[in-house]
Design a protein around this ligand. Structure first.
Ligand SMILES: [Ca+2]
Ligand SMILES: [Ca+2]
Ligand SMILES: [Ca+2]
Length: 419
């Protein structure tokens, strides 16, 4: 009876969640995935032909020598480009997850511009009394554009929903006598902080949104001998940086974001006279595919083999390798993407048990270093939902795996946002 009731609950909750769709033009995030209106690729009922919906893989919008280009985040090929007939000197730009457009400020004056698929247009006027040499900017998840310029000790916060408001001026605190001096900001959802590379390319400056200094991180293997003018981030916590001389880098974080490993991805040897970047900060990392689970697979394999770590649970030892090509045998269980994702309060992980011969089932939660953070035994004879509270884990990216009778059924990623 209990099983039946649970099943009925599951049935209704799946039906209910299937009914929630994103409405494109109501300024609400109807399906609670943090992407609002035209930023949400699933939205229905509005005209988003001019917008840039947040893709499941990362994309870089780069303003470069007077034109806008779009790079795909898989092969780093230029996949689209827009000329700039109105000759806006766009800079300090960021992607807005509240509407799917890019916003920036003209270098050297106070014009706020909006970038759409058909071009760049005037959006508003920055309500401050003087022109400044803007070249550093990105947007957070609440529609705020953070901008600063050359030799500044403060930045300004523009609420893009109402550009007629006077921007909040934020003083840079924490490093006496130092200027902000980064060529672009990048907002990272996993930490709720801004990141920028300082002129000499070896220092990654980390800023809190209130202007206070968080930390400076020394980067190794970053050989940009010019400014790093274009940056953006993805939901997995990776930063991407385009040097003004054309070298392109990925900066991958360690588990607590205190260090980043630099990898050069490409070099097109193009010299930029104006270079700024933007991208959807929730791209990547949220897809069904899990491409970063090697460490977790290793830990699970160790657990399967009995493991030397006394805290690892005992698992059934199989006489076949854990990691293998998917076979044609019948699926035993299925794991779904948690919703909402990312989250800052609670999230729900849904799973289905498809075989009546399953003896044990667990959901494991790992950090990105493969440390097991939680282990939930679940009922092996019924479908179910597991609710996770963000308060039980630190903000950041995690992996969760469904293990049935000692076999990993699937592993997915979830992101806990910092409040
Ligand atoms: Ca909506
Ligand atoms: Ca949405
Ligand atoms: Ca930017």
């Amino acid at each position: 009876m209990k099983t039946k009731l649970l099943f009925l609950f599951m049935f209704f909750s799946i039906i209910l969640s299937a009914q929630v769709t994103e409405v494109c033009n109501d300024q609400l995030d109807n399906d609670l995935d943090y992407l609002t209106d035209c930023a949400d690729p699933d939205c229905e009922g509005g005209n988003c032909a001019n917008a840039f919906p947040c893709q499941s893989t990362s994309e870089l919008f780069q303003y470069f020598n007077g034109a806008l280009r779009l790079w795909d985040g898989q092969n780093w090929n230029a996949i689209a480009g827009w000329s700039n007939p109105s000759s806006f000197d766009l800079n300090a730009m960021g992607y807005n997850i509240l509407d799917g457009y890019i916003y920036g400020i003209e270098r050297g004056n106070r014009r706020i511009v909006q970038v759409t698929r058909t071009g760049i247009q005037l959006y508003g006027s920055l309500q401050i009394p003087e022109d400044r040499n803007w070249h550093t900017g990105d947007m957070d998840m609440n529609g705020n554009l953070y901008i600063s310029g050359t030799n500044e000790t403060r930045m300004w916060v523009v609420n893009i929903a109402d550009p007629s408001q006077i921007p909040v001026s934020v003083n840079f605190t924490g490093v006496p006598g130092s200027t902000l001096d980064c060529a672009d900001w990048t907002y990272l959802p996993a930490t709720n902080k801004l990141y920028g590379i300082r002129g000499n390319s070896s220092i990654l400056r980390v800023m809190n949104l209130d202007g206070s200094h968080d930390q400076d991180i020394t980067l190794t293997n970053m050989n940009c001998n010019n400014l790093t003018g274009a940056m953006f981030a993805d939901a997995s916590g990776n930063l991407y940086a385009f040097c003004n001389t054309g070298a392109f880098y990925q900066l991958s974080p360690n588990v607590d974001f205190t260090d980043f490993t630099v990898t050069q991805i490409a070099n097109n040897n193009l010299n930029a006279t104006g270079n700024d970047g933007a991208g959807c900060p929730l791209a990547n990392g949220l897809s069904d595919e899990c491409d970063c689970c090697e460490e977790v697979l290793r830990i699970l394999r160790e657990m399967q083999e009995g493991g030397s770590n006394p805290t690892t649970p005992k698992m059934k030892v199989l006489d076949k390798p854990l990691v293998e090509e998917k076979t044609q045998e019948k699926e035993k269980a299925r794991l779904f993407q948690n919703t909402p994702n990312p989250f800052d309060e609670n999230t729900t992980i849904t799973y289905e048990i498809l075989s009546d011969k399953v003896e044990s089932a667990s959901i494991f939660i790992f950090d990105m270093n493969g440390n097991m953070k939680n282990n939930f035994e679940v009922n092996p004879s019924t479908d179910g939902v597991l609710e996770i509270s963000a308060s039980t884990l630190s903000p950041g990216l995690y992996l969760y795996s469904l293990v049935v009778d000692g076999e990993i059924v699937d592993t997915k990623k979830m992101l806990i946002l910092s409040n």
